[in-house]
Design a protein around this ligand. Structure first.
Ligand SMILES: [Zn+2]
Length: 112
């Protein structure tokens, strides 16, 4: 076994408005924030948090999160047998429609 392989996961803390990475061998979907101890949720590793002061973007992410979207990859069907990657909404006003369309791809977590 290669001990240098790192199994890092990215978690987002809405309380601190920042992300942190943690060694996550057991592939947990949640982790407590090292700074404020709030329960945080795992996000796609490529996800970049907005600036702390960007209230609109944080509201958008929060709304997506509440509906089960953690920037996991979302697809839409194109034609009969192919799928295309869907981009996340850029603005809070687009979230409701996005959630409605892709609800079946939402991730439901058992929040503690
Ligand atoms: Zn925190």
């Amino acid at each position: 076994m290669n001990r240098f392989v790192k199994l890092q996961s990215k978690f987002v803390c809405f309380n601190c408005r920042k992300s942190f990475e943690r060694y996550n061998e057991s592939n947990e979907a949640t982790s407590n924030c090292p700074e404020c101890n709030t329960l945080t949720i795992r996000y796609d590793p490529r996800f970049k948090v907005p600036k702390r002061t960007d209230d609109k973007q944080w509201k958008k992410i929060e709304s997506l999160r509440d509906n089960g979207f953690y920037f996991q990859k979302i697809y839409k069907q194109v034609g009969t047998s192919s799928y295309q990657r869907v981009l996340y909404p850029k603005d809070l006003s687009e979230v409701a429609e996005f959630v409605k369309l892709y609800k079946d791809q939402a991730i439901i977590l058992n929040k503690k």
